[in-house]
Design a protein around this ligand. Structure first.
Ligand SMILES: [Zn+2]
Length: 310
């Protein structure tokens, strides 16, 4: 009897242990977000040690994934004028996967954030470690599922200082600007209690709507925040896609509505919605893949019909 009890207790303990280790090992997607928004990176403000550490991390991940670089490294340095005309240096991180045609899609997400303010670290988990983790996830996916179009993965610096990294990228693009068919920008994609992910850009480019086929009932992908009549609620010029739009390059910007932790010290890993984030990134992956393969609603419908007949 005693022996039996011992086995039961050991079994129960092992269950608890397994559950605990399971909770500790998150997916690579969550891990990238968690690491980039940890205190070590000191809020990744442009020109700081924290931003440099973020670049070291990104460089390692780009290499691990197998992205190519345009020059000898993934870095694209640039200079811009800050307050009081002082020169500030920023560095974009750029890698790519070659496609089979001349067409290019630029997938972007800024890695910089606000740094340390009044001795408090602004970790920027949603803004925008989430977008960067999403970018790495897409890079990994398209490395395994080779794209038709060349995919450039651009993690911009100095977005918080006025979209400076994106400005530098379109001023000195690594490929001809007219080869760039589309910019997919991700900025704040991990924090929404209602399961709502917005996509901005289809007001100007309604032709892109036909690629939005997602089958996750827990996620609402909503078109909006892109009508100039909406004033401040039009997000077209509020993140890096604005610089692509200024060059008449079509864009889709994925993001959430402002939340209680927006630009606050509390924008931390523990405050994001992990399931929502994973769902959002998966939906973006499907949409980008549809655009790359030019699989629209009709094509997918025909494919499904064919499968049924078989
Ligand atoms: Zn942002």
């Amino acid at each position: 009897m005693k022996y039996y009890l011992f086995i039961v207790i050991t079994y129960l303990l092992s269950c608890i242990y397994i559950q605990k280790t399971y909770a500790q090992t998150d997916s690579q997607l969550l891990k990238d977000l968690r690491i980039l928004s940890s205190d070590k990176f000191e809020g990744r403000k442009t020109g700081t040690k924290g931003a440099e550490l973020a670049r070291v991390y990104l460089s390692e991940r780009f290499k691990e994934i197998g992205l190519k670089s345009f020059g000898s490294s993934f870095k694209q340095p640039f200079t811009f004028k800050g307050d009081k005309d002082a020169n500030i240096n920023g560095i974009n991180m750029i890698g790519y996967i070659p496609g089979k045609t001349k067409d290019v899609i630029v997938i972007s997400a800024h890695y910089d954030h606000l740094g340390i303010i009044n001795r408090k670290i602004f970790n920027g988990a949603d803004d925008n470690a989430s977008g960067v983790a999403g970018l790495l996830y897409l890079a990994e996916y398209f490395m395994k599922n080779k794209p038709a179009k060349t995919m450039i993965f651009a993690s911009f610096d100095a977005e918080e200082m006025g979209l400076q990294g994106a400005k530098a990228f379109v001023a000195q693009p690594p490929v001809d600007l007219n080869q760039i068919r589309l910019n997919i920008n991700m900025d704040m994609i991990s924090h929404n209690d209602k399961g709502e992910l917005y996509v901005c850009g289809t007001f100007k480019y309604p032709g892109l709507k036909k690629y939005f086929i997602t089958d996750n009932p827990n996620l609402k992908v909503l078109f909006g925040h892109d009508d100039p009549k909406q004033g401040h609620d039009d997000w077209t010029n509020q993140s890096d896609q604005a610089e692509f739009n200024a060059k008449n390059i079509p864009f889709l910007y994925f993001g959430v509505e402002d939340h209680k932790d927006y630009h606050k010290e509390s924008d931390k890993f523990q405050n994001i919605n992990k399931t929502f984030f994973t769902d959002a990134v998966n939906a973006i992956k499907t949409i980008v893949s549809n655009i790359d393969k030019e699989r629209d609603i009709q094509k997918i419908f025909r494919e499904k019909l064919k499968m049924k007949k078989q």
